[in-house]
Ligand binder design. Structure first.
Ligand SMILES: Cc1cc2nc3c(=O)[nH]c(=O)nc-3n(C[C@H](O)[C@H](O)[C@H](O)COP(=O)(O)OP(=O)(O)OC[C@H]3O[C@@H](n4cnc5c(N)ncnc54)[C@H](O)[C@@H]3O)c2cc1C
Ligand SMILES: *[C@@H]1O[C@H](CO)[C@@H](O)[C@H](O)[C@H]1NC(C)=O
Length: 382
């Protein structure tokens, strides 16, 4: 059997990690990215042990561990500092790994460096437009510049607004759910956090939650943030305008601060515009298929399952997709590929369903009191 040749659309965290995972299985791949240069959206991502174990197996963890903030628990407290709940994001003792918060750009740069060392090709400025032919043994697609390309398998790692997904679901458009996370980064010392007060923390008041999470290796900067809900009828264009209005975003973060402890008031007292990030939440219905009928076109990461941010599992689940996919392809000579992919999808979907449920519990807690139901968190992700 000739060696497999895989094309990956998208150089986000899913695409980059997939390339490294395939390389480890001695499978050839090329990444095609529509942007002219690496993705550079701000902010940090939080990685939990399930993902870190995979990154470790890929030789990535040891290279990024010392470049982010390592921690174990997130506490929920009320306005006067009473501990309401402890949420475990990582534990060296129990899972072998602490959780890691790392800047997305730092992480991506490290992955790009690894790709380079391994001679994996990434082509920037190539926008996938459509699949033109799929047979039992290969797939041909077109780029926006009119050129076409053929590979054994085409993987759509092209994010929540995936174009590759349209081949499987022509009519699917992710629905903006009228909610977003509004965050900013400020120096930790600006907050004057009382000695001994644990961060990361979510401070709960009847008006919703306020998150404070350290970043940088030494925790010298914190992410601060709240969830913003818009009224009915606030459409995408309205959001784009809102997100561009940095003063309005600062105002939103400052809103109601007087009802929070002093450190929150300090946190929002000075917010540089270039340190603000907005993460709009989209819903994609649960998809029955992550692969085409002939199994030559596959989607994974956000393209296959957009997970709301609450439990911080979006990118963590993508790493699970990627790693298992590469392992199965590595076995493809022994196992029928059709079976391998069906197994992959089935297994991964069950896992995502569990994560979505966990998210819902977290969401319920972060919303203002009256919006909460009696839903409780009784299980943890292991
Ligand atoms: C502001 C923000 C903060 C976030 N914070 C967190 C967090 O703290 N923790 C967490 O787990 N998750 C977080 N997420 C979600 C997380 O970023 C996603 O789950 C993750 O990035 C998905 O990775 P991906 O590689 O699947 O998709 P993406 O990161 O969206 O990457 C897709 C790539 O494909 C490229 N592309 C798209 N279309 C085409 C095309 N037609 N042709 C070629 N290339 C194409 C894009 O340019 C992009 O580079 C955050 C998201 C945002 C927006
Ligand atoms: C926090 O909880 C404690 C104990 O239940 C209570 O006495 C206090 O008033 C609460 N603080 C706020 C701001 O709700």
């Amino acid at each position: 059997m000739a060696p497999l040749n895989i094309a990956i659309i998208g150089s986000g965290l899913s695409g980059l990690s997939l390339a490294l995972a395939l390389h480890q299985q001695n499978i050839l791949c090329t990444i095609y990215e529509s942007r002219p240069a690496p993705l550079n959206i701000g902010g940090a991502v939080m990685l939990s042990p399930n993902a870190l174990k995979i990154l470790d197996a890929l030789g990535i963890y040891e290279r990024v561990r010392s470049k982010g903030y390592n921690f174990e628990t997130l506490e929920y407290k009320n306005g006067s500092g009473k501990l309401l709940e402890v949420y475990e994001f990582g534990s060296k003792e129990k899972y072998g790994y602490e959780a890691l918060r790392i800047y997305r750009t730092v992480f991506i740069d490290e992955l790009l460096a690894m790709l380079k060392e391994k001679d994996i090709t990434i082509v920037f400025g190539k926008k996938f437009t459509k699949v033109v032919a799929e047979t039992e043994k290969d797939v041909t697609w077109e780029f926006q510049d009119g050129s076409t390309q053929t590979a054994d398998i085409l993987v759509g790692a092209d994010g929540i607004h995936s174009r590759v997904r349209r081949y499987l679901y022509p009519d699917l458009v992710p629905a903006f759910i009228g909610m977003a996370g509004v965050t900013a980064a400020v120096p930790t010392k600006q907050l004057k956090i009382p000695t001994g007060y644990h961060i990361p923390v979510t401070i709960m008041t009847p008006n919703g939650g306020f998150v404070i999470a350290p970043q940088e290796v030494d925790g010298s900067e914190v992410l601060i943030g709240k969830q913003k809900r818009m009224g009915e009828g606030f459409d995408r264009a309205g959001w784009d305008r809102y997100m561009a209005d940095k003063d309005a975003l600062v105002e939103f973060l400052q809103e109601g601060a007087s009802g929070f402890p002093e450190m929150v008031q300090n946190a929002v007292s000075h917010i540089p515009h270039d340190k603000i990030n907005v993460w709009p939440f989209y819903a994609v219905p649960t998809l029955e298929n992550w692969a085409s009928e002939k199994r030559r076109v596959i989607i994974l990461g956000d393209a296959a399952h957009a997970i709301p941010p609450s439990a911080g599992q979006g990118i963590n689940q993508a790493f699970e997709d990627v790693y298992m996919f590469a392992l199965l392809l590595g076995q493809a000579e022994k196992v029928e590929m059709q079976d391998a992919l069906s197994f992959w999808q089935d297994y991964r979907q069950k896992r995502i369903t569990k994560v979505m449920w966990l998210n819902k519990q977290t969401d319920l807690r972060r919303m203002p009191k009256e919006a909460q139901s009696r839903g409780r968190l009784s299980k943890r992700l292991s």
